[in-house]
Ligand binder design. Structure first.
Ligand code: NAP
Ligand code: ZN
Length: 347
């Protein structure tokens, strides 16, 4: 495949990204139709339940007579089964497409390869695996959910230059600055759910919404084993769907739901199983240190985003030790630095 093919697939991946927050639990998919090196149609999966990327891209082609001489780039194997919409493989065949390039295969073992087979059986030339690693990264939440049967877990914390997340007496101290706050709200809009521990909910009284960023607010999750949190706290304001993980039983109230866990089993496997059943593909964990440490000890994390501030606390609670570090990204956000680490051996 040529440099031009890679450019076209990169464009399709960029389009796919525009569905972030709206396509789930479907994957992010983009599609580009190119004729003699020129894009004549493009589209992406905008919304769960709405048309797939291929449908939108083909609909955007002004002159369908060009399709037999065009190359179609799609970031995920075209579907071959009747879901909420008819199969895209059939559409490509009907429209006379002869040449398809695919980035990733469908991870679902029941459908993997079937879309490709269907296209090839109709005489279409199909090439796969172009920019495969980029595609897997883009859809890391979807792939993790499908392959590990648990949501993709993003840990986030802010620490001082001397490594503390909390001061000695648990008094809330703002550690990171304004720009970091906007970044965190962007992350909240990108993940499907957001989790905090009981003491963070109690001391910080967070809203856990994405008000500083245009995008959907996540499903709010809080651990409250004995239902000890004050009902007047923001998490119970009914503004966004909220799940309370508890050992007690309590009926739901509007968008507030209580999920009863067993005291005899570990908490996080039960919590993650519940999220898997609810089709929650990703969770942003915003602390506190006890929750973060438990997940790190269990190897239950995929990405850790650490905001390092120039402030000093001199004493307090330090952050988790991540062990062997794989630095993925390093940025400056105003006075703070952001370090993103990836877990190479996730559970
Ligand atoms: N700098 C930052 O980025 C940051 C972020 C968030 C919070 N904070 C600060 O952190 C402080 C609170 O932190 P914290 O560590 O004391 O509390 P926390 O992590 O917010 O809450 C402790 C939670 O851990 C649960 N838990 C954790 N692992 C568990 C496991 N394996 N099994 C069962 N339960 C488990 C606890 O339940 P039980 O305790 O009920 O058993 C409880 O819900 C607050 O003052 C807040 O300001 C700082
Ligand atoms: Zn489709």
């Amino acid at each position: 495949m040529t440099h031009l093919d890679a450019l076209m697939m990169r464009r399709a991946l960029d389009l796919a990204r525009l569905g972030t927050g709206y396509a789930r639990p479907n994957p992010l998919v983009g599609c580009v139709v190119a004729h003699q090196g020129r894009i004549i149609g493009e589209g992406w999966h905008r919304q769960y339940g709405g048309p797939h990327a291929e449908v939108n891209a083909l609909a955007a082609v002004a002159d369908p007579d060009l399709l037999p001489a065009s190359r179609v780039y799609v970031t995920l194997e075209p579907c071959s089964h009747h879901g909420k919409t008819p199969p895209c493989a059939d559409l490509l065949i009907e429209q006379g497409v002869r040449d398809v390039v695919v980035c990733n295969l469908d991870p679902n073992p029941l459908v993997a390869g079937r879309g490709i087979e269907k296209l090839r059986a109709a005489g279409i030339q199909v090439q796969t695996g172009l920019l495969e690693a980029e595609g897997r990264w883009l859809n890391r939440r979807f792939f993790t959910f499908q392959e590990k049967k648990r949501p993709y877990i993003v840990l986030k914390w802010a620490e001082t230059a001397d490594g503390f997340l909390v001061g000695p007496y648990f008094q809330p101290v703002p550690i990171s600055g304004e720009l970091a706050k906007v970044a965190v709200h962007k992350w909240r809009a990108e993940e499907q759910a957001i989790l905090v521990g009981t003491r963070t909910a109690l001391h910080d009284n967070p809203r856990l919404d994405a008000r500083e960023w245009p995008g959907p607010s996540p499903l709010r999750l809080v651990i409250d084993k004995n239902l000890s949190l004050p009902p007047s706290h923001h998490l119970f304001d009914g503004q966004h769907p909220t799940l309370v993980y508890t050992y007690r039983s309590r009926p739901a109230r509007g968008s507030l739901e209580f999920v009863q866990l067993s005291e005899n089993d570990d908490l996080f496997p039960q919590l993650l199983d519940d999220l898997q059943q609810r089709q929650v593909q990703s969770v942003l964990v915003e602390g506190g240190p006890t929750v973060l440490n438990s997940l790190v000890r269990a190897g239950l994390w995929d990405e850790a985003r650490i905001l390092r501030s120039p402030k000093l606390l001199e004493a307090g609670v330090p952050g988790p030790r991540l062990g062997l570090l794989n630095l993925h990204e390093h940025l400056t956000l105003g006075p703070d630095e952001l370090f993103v680490y990836l877990n190479r051996t996730p559970a």
